[in-house]
Ligand binder design. Structure first.
Ligand code: 2AM
Length: 190
């Protein structure tokens, strides 16, 4: 079994501008620069043969390159359940469509359906019972965050392994977005 997710990498210069924001919440496990990403679809633990089918499905997606902008800051959970802070992503229909295409790919290989609404974000830290005043102050201080436009010309399939320092991600495959028509002529229309 392999723990997999599809995601967009964050360009190093955009990530580097987020790093200075990773302060101000005691006990936060700030994510390292190389781990910053926007998840498209979390697939969970997948059998190796299913992973191969999933790879083929992702390769067949027909989506054109587009741009995203990181915008705003927020948190998952409330009060004592607050467990992550993140940079948001400005509403982008193309991103929603790409995430939906990854969802359909997951269904075609019979992975369990994701029922939760897609909320694109870049997790900056995982938290455990943070000081609520610090968390609120962090969100206020970072709410006006806005990145330059980021060109999305590919996405990746990553594996995730739990280590003592947190999850370590490895890029297993990358999928260029098709600039002119389908990258794979015999692929099913998305
Ligand atoms: P997170 O950043 O909000 O924690 C690798 O773990 C990626 O998949 C992370 O971006 C993580 O989101 C996401 N992820 C992990 N477990 C998940 C789950 N059960 N459902 C949806 N996304 C998940």
């Amino acid at each position: 079994m392999i723990r997999l997710f599809a995601a967009l990498s964050i360009p190093a210069e955009v990530g580097a501008a987020l790093v200075p924001r990773q302060i101000g919440i005691d006990g936060a496990r700030w994510r390292p620069l190389e781990a910053l990403h926007v998840t498209l679809r979390f697939f969970g633990e997948v059998r190796e043969d299913v992973a191969r089918d999933l790879d083929a499905e992702l390769l067949s997606l027909r989506v054109r390159p587009f741009e995203i902008t990181l915008q705003g800051a927020g948190a998952f959970g409330e009060g004592p359940d607050l467990h992550a802070v993140w940079a948001g992503v400005a509403d982008t229909p193309e991103l929603t469509r790409l995430a939906a295409a990854c969802e359909r790919a997951a269904r075609r290989v019979r992975l369990p359906v994701e029922t939760r609404r897609y909320r694109p974000h870049v997790t900056l830290a995982y938290l455990r019972r943070p000081d609520p005043r610090q968390a609120a102050a962090w969100m206020q201080a970072n709410n006006l965050l806005r990145s330059p436009p980021i060109l999305v010309s590919e996405f990746g399939l990553f594996s995730s392994v739990l280590t003592a320092e947190g999850s370590r991600y490895t890029l297993e495959a990358s999928y260029p977005l098709a600039r002119h028509g389908p990258a794979h002529p015999f692929a099913a229309e998305e």
